[in-house]
Design a binder for this molecule. Structure first.
Ligand code: HEM
Ligand code: SF4
Ligand code: SF4
Length: 511
């Protein structure tokens, strides 16, 4: 089921890449887009607040002034405020669905997932109170339905809905309180958004400039073509015959209004609890986390720099070795991706010991075992051309590839492959070429695995791939779960190029 959904997402991604280009594909930066919409909401909100009157008798008129008299600035700001807020709901829903389908929500990621669920509540609190402060007929409906909904909790001494029984009962102080909540809730949302990404190294919170400009231009055009307007002044003595609802934010209110507040709470809390618990339904089968071997760690810090989840810290040396620092893994943060192993100089297959140990290891996939796999896989290759293909666990299913010229070695993440293993495979003549594949580019399951791998090969990130390794003998194609056809084509082209190359490899003695 999940695999089918993932393939569907990837197909839509490919279509989106064709429209937007791979770098600007909005679907691979949904979290950043929510952040961006949030900033549009805040900037436009600050502008509106300058002209907004928080008193219940003057609020409507101040918003009307902004909308109709100052339409060129205040009106556009109001519309931007509304449309960017609205956009946050589908974008956050897609973000949530994507993390779920791509299986990026279990294990140590429960934290991002769980804080995400809390963010939904802050987001809704911000949106619902926003409709309230305009004090038009929609606001009247929102005020009555929300207070009745909260009264169903039975925690207030006097029902708060009494504040909105009729015009005489309406409380200005209560209205001002709502205006205050409409400012406090987005601030809490911002704090929650910051917490949400605390475990991420270099979180993607800003979309590329071109995409950001495109979104702003689209929202501004929409604001001019279809400005946000009010629905007539509130009058609590009259029950509005019909009102236009914003289904993005107000979806729960008709349920509370038409059926019962209790049912609306059961739905809202039940749904939140269900999604909150998803990381444990069932929990991820925990693979052993990364372990440091102090004998082989010199405290260089590359693993800590490369871990995408802040799971590694450098601490003062505890074993008396002549180095200042040592690496230390926080098991509660580690996702067992192995990217740290790819960063460790001591994971080199050129080491003399048959069963060498790297400074940091994934117990299930030791670096020495990886070297053995290269030697073993290479000895089983029979064609004119020998290719070692490294695939990551979230990459394409290669079981249908039956090719005597190709051997597949699987890794948890392609970022786990130390460049020295590629060096070893080519320079020690275990293969004529090395091919790398895995998740789709820009959407690595472990966030930075593909990028760090590419930068190590391009000698922009340590540990560098030695210059002597012929780059034309290395190729890559980021197929994801869905693009086996593209991968096969790319492999065929790689083979043709390899066949045209001189047979001798620059084999050197590393012993
Ligand atoms: C205001 C709402 C939200 C914002 C602004 C937001 C933003 C972000 C950002 C910027 C990232 C980091 C992306 C990266 O660099 O890899 C992220 C990750 C994540 N978000 Fe959200 N998010 C929001 C709501 C949610 C919700 C509602 C959920 C699910 C319930 C969720 C689940 C996740 C998960 C599981 C990750 C971690 C993915 C990984 O570790 O690779 N988020 N979010
Ligand atoms: S990369 Fe290796 S040697 Fe460097 S700190 Fe990490 S474990 Fe130690
Ligand atoms: S396995 Fe991945 S998450 Fe764990 S410490 Fe290494 S790089 Fe970090």
């Amino acid at each position: 089921m999940r695999r089918a959904a993932r393939i569907l997402f990837e197909l839509i991604d490919r279509w989106s890449e064709r429209v937007f280009t791979p770098e600007l594909n909005p679907l691979v930066q949904l979290g950043a887009l929510v952040w961006y919409c949030y900033w549009i909401v805040i900037v436009s909100g600050i502008y509106l607040y300058i002209f907004f009157d928080t008193g219940i008798t003057r609020a409507y008129a101040s918003v009307e002034y902004l909308t109709n008299v100052q339409w060129y600035a205040g009106g556009v700001m109001r519309s931007l405020h509304r449309y960017a807020s609205d956009a946050m709901i589908p974008v956050v829903t897609l973000h949530m669905a994507r993390e779920f389908v791509m299986d990026r929500y279990r294990g140590a990621r429960w934290f991002a997932w769980g804080t995400g669920v809390v963010l939904l509540w802050f987001l809704y609190a911000s949106g619902i109170t926003g409709y309230w402060v305009v004090w038009d007929r929609l606001a009247q409906y929102v005020a009555v339905a929300t207070t009745e909904w909260f009264d169903a909790l039975g925690i207030f001494g006097k029902p708060i809905a009494r504040n909105f029984l009729n015009e005489a009962a309406v409380s200005g102080r209560f209205f001002t309180l709502m205006s205050f909540i409409h400012i406090a809730a987005p601030l809490l949302l911002l704090f929650g958004m910051w917490i949400h990404i605390q475990r991420h190294v270099q979180p993607r919170v800003n979309p590329p400039v071109k995409l950001a400009a495109g979104i702003l231009a689209t929202l501004t055009a929409l604001s001019l073509i279809h400005p946000a307007t009010s629905q007539g002044p509130a009058n609590l003595d009259i029950v509005p015959a019909s009102i236009g609802l914003d289904w993005f934010y107000l979806i729960i209110l008709p349920l509370a209004d038409r059926y019962s507040g209790e049912l609306a709470w059961a739905v809202a809390l039940g749904f939140s609890l269900l999604i909150f618990l998803l990381p444990w339904l069932p929990a991820l089968k925990q693979t052993p986390v990364a372990q440091v071997d102090l004998e082989n760690c010199n405290g260089c810090g590359r693993c800590a720099n490369d871990c995408p989840y802040n799971a590694i810290t450098l601490q003062n040396r505890t074993d008396g070795k002549p180095y200042k620092l040592q690496s230390s893994v926080n098991p509660g943060l580690c996702l067992s991706c192995g990217i740290c192993v790819g960063a460790c100089h001591a994971a080199s297959p050129f080491r003399r010991e048959p069963q060498f140990i790297a400074g940091i290891e994934l117990p299930d996939t030791p670096a020495a075992g990886l070297r053995d796999s290269i030697v073993l896989a290479s000895s089983g290759l029979h064609g004119d051309i020998r290719i070692l293909l490294f695939n990551c666990a979230a990459g394409p299913d290669l079981s249908s590839l039956d090719d005597p010229e190709l051997a597949v070695i699987a890794l948890p993440c392609i970022g786990m492959l130390p460049p020295s293993m590629v060096d070893f495979a080519i320079i020690n003549n275990h293969a004529d070429g090395v091919f790398l594949t895995g998740c789709r580019d820009n959407d690595c399951k472990y966030r930075h695995g593909i990028r760090w791998m590419q930068e190590r090969i391009q000698r922009r990130r340590e540990p560098f791939l030695r210059e002597i390794v012929p780059r034309e003998r290395i190729d890559q194609y980021w197929a994801g779960a869905s693009d086996l056809a593209g991968l096969t084509l790319r492999l065929s082209a790689f083979k043709r190029r390899l066949r045209a190359m001189p047979i001798d490899n620059p084999k050197t003695d590393h012993a």
